[in-house]
Design a protein around this ligand. Structure first.
Ligand code: MRU
Length: 353
């Protein structure tokens, strides 16, 4: 199977076109980002979302910033890039891929000090393109490792009913997806019976984005409201849970879309294997546990509204934490491109660095 029919981002040599994920699946529209400020807003306002997709977008943001600079002074050029990095860095706090990608671009810039501005511009574009390509390759490897992880746990069983939360698909990456990459790879082998898609309030990434991708790929699915998962699990309608991650601590605690922690507790209760699928770049080796992961609190209007329609008046107080973290003790395995990591997570994660 290809990376799928979905193009999350398209680089045209000058600007980055991003599929507007706020409007999917009812409207398919691309937003053109030809300045780093537009890249910043696209990430902040969730035109593009999902940890690896944010990372690749940020990398293109720096390439775009370099091309925006029309002066001749090398030191002004480097100051301009520094400003662009700081701006994009401030767009969202939880997905570590954003910071990972910007560090990678910064490393390229630092290594090119003293080179001609035009050469640096070209090399930054090359690096962003490379990152995009690598992300798709990595996701396909995660998919293959996922198939093996299922074989290890389930033996000869060869049809699975899987629950997923949020969207960790092609739309959340440069293509193919992480959690949905595992599902795509299983589907390629005819091993999917059904996907149960958590709607994922408040932003509905499950109902709007994951379901849309599955529909495009002709993989069987149905959508449930988030509070139906326990009932569906109790009816033996779920064999496994597969989710993505925004940041994984060095002990295996994994931050993902709000609600994932609850799903992991249910999975443990019903003895259902719970998999996290993510690239190595999602592991933040510098933090020791999930409690150190910054959790984004988004605008309360995302709770007060559904797709722009008000359901709660302005004066009612709300909370909108956008992520939670699942403790490693609730995770059966973390599927990466290099290895399927199992307990003891801390030791096994360390071996990969
Ligand atoms: O707020 P979002 O939509 O950016 O949150 C995305 C998620 O939580 C995804 O599950 C995660 O980034 C994994 S993406 C492959």
């Amino acid at each position: 199977m290809s990376a799928g029919n979905v193009r999350t981002l398209i680089w045209d040599g000058k600007a980055l076109k991003l599929i507007d994920q706020r409007k999917l699946p009812l409207v398919t529209e691309y937003m053109i980002c030809d300045s780093y400020e537009k890249i910043y807003s696209a990430i902040k306002d969730m035109v593009v979302r999902g940890a690896p997709a944010i990372g690749v977008t940020a990398a293109y943001g720096i390439a775009i910033a370099a091309n925006q600079y029309s002066g001749k002074s090398e030191s002004d050029f480097h100051d301009f890039l520094k400003k662009a990095i700081a701006r994009i860095e401030s767009s969202r706090p939880t997905a570590v891929n954003l910071f990972w990608a910007l560090k990678r671009m910064q490393k390229i810039i630092s290594g090119l000090q003293g080179e001609k501005i035009e050469d640096i511009k070209r090399k930054l574009v090359n690096e962003a393109e490379k990152m995009e390509k690598q992300d798709i390759e990595i996701n396909k490897m995660i998919g293959e490792n996922g198939v093996q992880a299922f074989r290890d746990i389930f033996g000869t069983k060869n049809k699975f009913k899987i629950l997923t939360h949020c969207n960790a698909g092609a739309l959340a990456t440069a293509g193919y997806g992480t959690a949905l990459g595992v599902i795509r790879s299983l589907a390629d082998k005819g091993q999917i019976e059904n996907i149960v898609v958590d709607e994922t309030r408040p932003y509905l990434q499950g109902a709007r984005l994951t379901a849309w991708e599955l529909q495009e790929e002709k993989i069987p699915y149905f959508i449930i409201a988030d509070n139906m998962a326990a009932y569906i699990m109790s009816k033996n309608e779920i064999d496994a849970v597969v989710v993505g991650a925004d940041r994984i601590a060095s002990n295996g605690d994994s931050a993902n879309k709000i609600g994932t922690f609850g799903v992991s507790i249910l999975a443990k209760y019903f003895k259902i294997p719970f998999f996290v699928a993510a690239p190595i770049s999602t592991i933040d080796i510098d933090i020791s546990s999930g409690s150190e992961i910054p959790i984004e609190e988004r605008n309360g209007n995302e709770i007060r509204e559904v797709m722009g329609a008000k359901i709660i008046p302005e004066y009612m107080p709300v909370r909108n934490p956008s992520f939670d973290f699942t403790p490693y003790s609730n995770i059966t395995a973390i599927i990466t491109e290099k290895a399927v990591i199992k307990s003891p997570f801390k030791n096994n994660i360390k071996k990969l660095f």
